[in-house]
Design a protein around this ligand. Sequence first.
Ligand SMILES: [Zn+2]
Length: 252
Amino acid sequence: MGIKANCMFEEPTFYDIAELRRHRQERLAGAFRILNHFGFNDCVGGHITVRDPERRDHFWVNPIGISFGEMRVSDLQLVNGQGDILKGNLPVNQEALEVHLQIHQARPDVVSAIHVHSLHGKEWSELGKYVSPLTKDCCAFYQDHGLCNLLAGTNKDCDVVATALKQYKAVILRNQGFMTVGYSVDEAVSWFIAMDRACKAQLLAEAEGNENIMNERKAVNMHSQFGTAHEGWLNFQPLWYKLIEEEPDVLH
Ligand SMILES: [Zn+2]
């Protein structure tokens, strides 16, 4: 076995490239189902990419037409850096994929990128503002997310999203919600869930007229505790183990 450690608290290390690929595919298929459980199923919209561990300019992505709640490993499509489908016979959202490809190209460290139109994300993104340090979830993004002031339907210049993302873990897209990225699918999913909660918290706080944000020292401290890549990875694990127990067909 190429897996050095694989418990709930320690990230696995792979020595076999095929096993790492399979691991990423399983987590990718599972990510759709978990996002679906959180209500982040946007009909035929929404996409997650994961980088192939061998051909690092190739990516696994969901096809159009399969609902998040029914995604399986065998449904995933392999595309190259130009968006050509190399494995799979279903269409992919080429316009959306282009944004993902630009991000993966600009950020070689990013293994996975997610963009789904979540309700709170869309609502918050209309305001064109950063998320403030109000809660633990918000602090994971303190000085760690970008803002892309594109208007919906005008994102032809995909590189502006990658430019706005910079070295951060998330970027708010004006009127379109947000994207999150990670060194693993696990991490990117956790940040997606956390960012939606952060947007929700801020919407509620502003509706109540609550301007009680943390001071910078506390926000930085909270970010260093709850905003690390390992923290993101860790938060995914209970969701993953529950999923494969209840829906083992995701691995098919
Ligand atoms: Zn969008």
